[in-house]
Design a protein around this ligand. Sequence first.
Ligand SMILES: *Cc1c(COP(=O)(O)O)cnc(C)c1O
Length: 355
Amino acid sequence: MPRPIKATINLDAFRHNLAVVRRHAPRAAVFAVIKADAYGHGVMRAAHALASAEGYALLEVDAAVRLREAGYGQRIALLEGVFGPRDLEVAAEHRLAIAIHSQEQVRMLEAAPADARFDVLLKINTGMNRLGFTSAEFAAVFDRLQQHPRVAQLTLMTHFANADDARGVNWQMECLERLASASALPRCLANSAAILRYPETHADWVRPGVMLYGCSPFADVSAATLGLQPVMTLASELIAVRELQPGERIGYGGAFEAARPTRVGIVACGYADGYPRHAPTGTPIVVGGQRTRTLGRVSMDMLCADLCAIPAAGVGTPVTLWGTGLSADEVAAAAGTVSYELLCALAPRVPVTEV
Ligand SMILES: *Cc1c(COP(=O)(O)O)cnc(C)c1O
């Protein structure tokens, strides 16, 4: 018998969540964001399930090439563009769309072979202040690229810093309008939060990520409320059960001390599987279909669950860490992080099955 942990990927949920994107942004083409191995779900698996998307967006060049070689004909965009001249050759050969966010990348493009033609996403910094051209740089770069013989197609792109919170997108949209209102070029602006909350950002292409995986981009709105279905379910089983007497502690550092007789289940899942080590006592977990809480510190291969209200639970009882029945958003919030981080951290040692 293998160790009981497994991740299950629900391919129908991918399709369902893409339909939610379409319902919100009916006129936009979709770049399905599948960076970071599709947020831990497996890039080829996600691409297959989301094959009705008009494009894919990621930043790993090798994965983009694998998609092309597997026969996907859609637009495939490199969100951070190329990291060196060799990537540019690969992009030309495989018809990858490339973000251009810096003067170095403009120079690389200009130095490409004369017969190379690129689909370029011109990245504008409207306030996120990571990548992209500032207001001061924009006009000159725009003119240079628009006329350049290596550029076959130009799309304007920006990224929102606060689409999920009270600051919103207006301040960045105003910046974009100041720079680009005169241009009729296609635009690609919205991440999941903007797709769900700001129709005025939808434009020509949208870039949903986390919502395709069935998680919420908002701290205060659940995925279920948004009509999203979890794609990944991380499940395991109890491999031991014990009874703590009052005053006894459990796990490293004795971080949980029993105040009364406490039945505890030991779950075959730890931080080496991708479960967050900083999840404190009280993090939600489902045992035998019933919601309970973790107790004490998460170890490398195990964690502990409170069985006081689940007398029927014993060795072999199924446990859901996150997914169907318990959103990764809730586990993440208890652990002081976001579901993105949990999904991406799924460890290679966890076997994955598809349903
Ligand atoms: C990751 C990413 C997205 C997707 O963001 P979500 O919040 O997961 O929807 C969109 N655009 C860019 C540039 C990204 O890096």
